[in-house]
Design a protein around this ligand. Structure first.
Ligand code: UCC
Ligand code: FAD
Length: 597
């Protein structure tokens, strides 16, 4: 046996082995797919500057930003209700790292880049690529940035005129002294998903109860209670309220909602008719202050036509849902980046983790999911960029509308699964808070809840299919078909092309059959339909990427592996028994068995 000369576990001696920790390297330089995507799509002149900027930013993330993100996590915001002299102040106190993130966001143009449009139709791809590198190190500063971007988009679409001209300039500024962030206050106690409808025998008032009282000078004062308001330390907000007419009446339902712009603090820095009830005690996203607010005469400008609140804020939802997708895909990519690095250092059963085929298979499965999600994200960003530079075809516009909720709902769920698997790649250490890893899972869980839950977004998919009378779906079919046709000459991809083609065909048959059923049928199918669209479209994107001349064997392999899974869940289940009229009762009986209800 081994001869032991000196005891290594005694008194202050705690052993000689310490596991090498995972190290974060430049996330841009280690992201083969992002680099390949940019070299394939960006015009040559843009590629040089964009690539250099992303490489430099990647370095800044490693050197400076990642540590700031950790500090935001370790020093969550606090609410100070009263000052030392007993005056009510409702100060939300954030840490210096959070303030620094605001400066960095301005300096790096993390919102501005989307509006400067330096790279034409590729400007959104550039901006979102930057946010994608930033997100896992950002200490959730991406949350206010998402809403800031959304607010700028709403203002741009409604017109950059008084009273929101100044706000637009500040939201899109690169000057840290000028830069503003915005909130998005939609949710009230009666409804987050349902901000407007709620008209039933159980409930007479509508989801949003905030009242907007018109003032002599043309502005309004808002009275209400906002149940969730994130990044409440923002400078301004967009919010919904119900205008009270001269007779003291409001219009019920969504048709009574208008969109308002409000500045949160006055010239002296005091809250403008707002009381902060409390900060939320959250599972994750603890870096971000999320508050409950009493609006007690908040001065606000109505910026939509009366009753067009929901439709007007929809532009904000599109942008924040894309940011949500960025956050989801970025979390997946980061956990894989760290896990594969760790696998070169952790030595078990006589070899490094990277030499255990079963462990590598686990990471390969995560990688395939992440690649698919990444290509879907980039497609949506590309479409947004085309729309904003007037280059979008009708097909592009339909695809943007459809793929935005599809990407948000699909990647939100994927992120939780992949990050959870990713934590396991570190064994017990993946569960230890001070590694910084568990935070990723806690923060990931919100991605399927805020900005529209999975079911709400599945219903949004149905809404846009219905509103376009099938044209949106047709656009997706046309685009998938074109990608498959272009790739069909590549022998290695033929089986994958056939699988996606037949899934698309089944989806078409399903939708045709569903059109002859009552609407309740489609409602029950909504989530499976959204998943089918996501999986089929991602399959087409992976194939399209793999068929590109610059693609690697790994790109081809990723496409093949994706296509091994069930791409069309809506069809492969016994649909006639799953989505029919008896199902809700059977589901309810199953769920409520044993419950007193
Ligand atoms: O959660 C929040 C902030 C979290 C912090 C920020 C994180 C950002 C990500 C960061 C990553 C790190 S803010 C709260 C978010 N809340 C939601 O997402 C609400 C979820 N609920 C829905 O989306 C519902 O579908 C509603 C509220 C939109 C449903 O309302 P209605 O009143 O039932 O809607 P209608 O009647 O169907 O539609 C009203 C109008 C229609 O237009 P018109 O009147 O012209 O026919 C719709 O076509 O709004 C239009 N519309 C849309 N248009 C509705 N949804 C959309 C859409 N998605 N795109 C375009
Ligand atoms: P509910 O609508 O009560 O949903 C409960 C469940 O019912 C969900 O599973 C949902 O999918 C399902 N469901 C609801 N309706 C249907 C339907 N028609 N068919 C099938 N299933 C359905 N909001 C803001 O406005 N601003 C913010 O800054 C903000 N920040 C947030 C921060 C955090 C950390 C969190 C967790 C939430 C935040 N929210 C914010 C609120 C968030 O947007 C809502 O909580 C979310 O949209 C869900 O709304 P709800 O809570 O009313 O859930």
């Amino acid at each position: 046996g081994d001869s032991v000369e000196q005891p290594i576990f005694s008194r202050s001696s705690i052993g000689t082995f310490f596991q090498e920790r995972p190290v974060l390297n430049n996330p841009f330089l280690e992201d083969a797919l992002l680099q390949k995507y940019l070299s394939r799509h960006l015009p040559t002149q843009a590629l040089g500057t964009v690539g250099a900027d992303l490489a430099k930013f990647g370095e800044r993330i490693v050197r400076e930003i990642d540590a700031l993100g950790r500090q935001c996590d370790e020093n969550p915001p606090r609410l100070q209700h009263y000052d030392a002299w007993g005056c009510r102040v409702d100060n939300i106190l954030t840490c210096p790292a959070w303030a620094r993130m605001k400066e960095i966001s301005a300096e790096e143009g993390l919102v501005a880049a989307g509006y400067e449009r330096t790279y034409g139709e590729w400007s959104r791809v550039y901006q979102m690529s930057k946010l994608y590198l930033y997100s896992p190190s950002a200490g959730l500063y991406t949350c206010p940035l998402a809403m800031t971007d959304g607010a700028a988009k709403v203002i741009e679409s409604l017109g950059v005129t008084r009273p929101v001209e100044k706000a637009y300039r500040r939201l899109t500024s690169r000057d840290p002294q000028q830069f503003w962030t915005s909130g998005q206050w939609m949710t009230e106690r009666k409804g987050g998903s349902d901000v407007g409808k709620v008209i039933s025998t159980f409930c007479t008032a509508s989801g949003t109860e905030t009242l907007a009282l018109s003032q002599a000078d043309g502005i309004y004062k808002l009275y209400g209670f906002k149940w969730f308001t994130s990044a409440t330390d923002s400078d301004m907000t967009l919010t919904l309220g119900r205008v009270v007419d001269v007779h003291g009446h409001t219009t019920k339902g969504s048709k009574g909602l208008s969109l308002f712009y409000a500045e949160i603090r006055d010239q002296q820095g005091k809250l403008n008719g707002i009381e902060v009830q409390r900060l939320k005690d959250k599972l994750g996203t603890r870096q971000v202050p999320t508050a409950e607010l009493l609006l007690d005469g908040l001065p606000a400008h109505r910026i939509s036509d009366e009753g067009r609140g929901v439709a007007s804020i929809a532009n904000m939802l599109t942008i924040t849902r894309i940011h949500n997708t960025v956050a989801a895909v970025a979390a997946m990519r980061r956990i894989i980046q760290l896990a594969r690095e760790y696998a070169t250092k952790r030595f078990v059963f006589g070899k490094f983790l990277k030499d255990h085929p079963l462990h590598v298979q686990t990471m390969a499965r995560m990688e395939v999911e992440t690649r698919g999600a990444f290509l879907l994200l980039m497609k949506v960003c590309q479409l947004l960029g085309r729309e904003e530079t007037g280059l979008a075809s009708n097909l592009d516009l339909h695809l943007l509308r459809l793929l935005t909720p599809v990407a948000k709902l699909y990647t939100g769920k994927q992120a939780v699964a992949i990050v959870s698997e990713g934590l396991e790649c570190f064994g017990g250490q993946g569960y230890m808070e001070d590694t910084g890893l568990p935070r990723m899972l806690r923060d990931g869980q919100v991605l399927s809840i805020w900005e529209g839950t999975t079911n709400i977004l599945s219903l949004d998919v149905l809404r846009c299919l219905a509103k376009s009378h099938g044209q949106t779906l047709q656009a997706l079919f046309t685009d998938v078909k074109a990608k498959l046709t272009a790739a069909s000459g590549n022998q290695a991809l033929v089986p994958s092309v056939n699988v996606v083609d037949s899934a698309l065909c089944r989806l078409g048959q399903f939708v045709q059959a569903a059109a002859r059923r009552p609407p309740s049928y489609m409602e029950l199918a909504a989530r499976d339909l959204a998943y089918s669209l996501a999986r089929i479209y991602i399959g087409a994107l992976l194939i399209d990427h793999a068929a590109w001349e610059g693609a690697s064997h790994a790109d081809i392999y990723a496409a093949q592996r994706w296509c091994e899974q069930d791409l069309c869940p809506v069809f492969t289940k016994d649909v006639s028994s799953w989505y029919n009229l008896e199902t809700p009762d059977k589901d309810a009986a199953l769920v409520y068995e044993g419950s007193p209800l």
